[in-house]
Design a binder for this molecule. Sequence first.
Ligand code: AMP
Ligand code: TRP
Length: 325
Amino acid sequence: MRVFSGIRPTGELHIGNYLGAIKQWIELQEKNECIFCIVDLHAITTPYQPERLQENIMNLAIAYLAAGLNPERCILFVQSQVKEHTELAWLLGTMTPIGELQRMTQFKEKKKKHPEYVNAGLLNYPLLMASDILLYQTDLVPVGKDQKQHVELTREIARRFNKRFGKTFKEPEVLLPKIGEKIMSLQNPKKKMSKTDDPQGCIELFEKPEEIKNKIMAAVTDPGREIKYDPKKKPGISNLLTIYSLFSGKSIKELEGDFKGRGYEEFKKSLIKVLINYLEPFRQKRKRLLKRETFIKEILNQGAKKARLIAQSTLENVRKKMGLI
Ligand code: AMP
Ligand code: TRP
């Protein structure tokens, strides 16, 4: 199966990105043909600092590698290095009703958050994402729940294109993690964990042990003292149980049993240990990679070369079908 996914280089990765997306990518790379992208053209649709963009791209590449993506098993590349993405996005835009873009939840949310920066790129964001996915004849798109709607729109766009111009694109399927599709903020368990919305509620992938400890100890819990999974009545503890389960490999049922009658503090202390142990090798690997900039750039250049070959072939076919060649 062909797998494609991407993350915006907008700052540090957090454990929501890891559990919602990257953890699945690592498993998928063993048996599939995987392509993972650093989507810099998506990152510039919200306010950003141009002088920091290259650094953020490098940091994300390092995070991909430190978390376990293997450049021998998958293609890693930067979106803006493969020009076919923007060209296909334009072509898809000529056959997508504006209404379909305007009703996207992410567009509505971003519009509310940055009323001073509602640019056309933000509206067209899903067209570029559809183009990312369709250029590679993708079968599976592993993402967190917030991106499901965009993948569904991509399917609709592919279907419409195929109907009008003849079979050209594969219709991709979204792949959500069974649990962890939406990791919530530690400070406000009714909102998703997000690095930009509230840093205190968010644990970064390379967070220092001391900070992990502080943030988990300060995490909002719920009335009562029972460790029980009940997202409606106990959103705080349920979120922590989800995190614990995914990082320890133990099921939520098992954890409820282990912590029966033991209270929140003991549970939090144990979770801190699990997190620190799991994330420590990532921190070590990142430290080593920080010194290997040339090596990383080479991986990205090689990745872009391989991606370009596939993208060019799809785009040539699209141009033919649309009467452009
Ligand atoms: P972004 O940082 O928005 O580019 O997101 C990158 C990937 O992480 C996407 O697949 C998102 O769906 C996923 N993701 C982001 N935040 C969360 C979260 N709180 N829980 C689960 N997945 C998430
Ligand atoms: N929009 C995605 C996000 O915000 C990132 C993304 C861009 C993506 N292109 C993609 C994800 C293609 C999967 C496939 O997280």
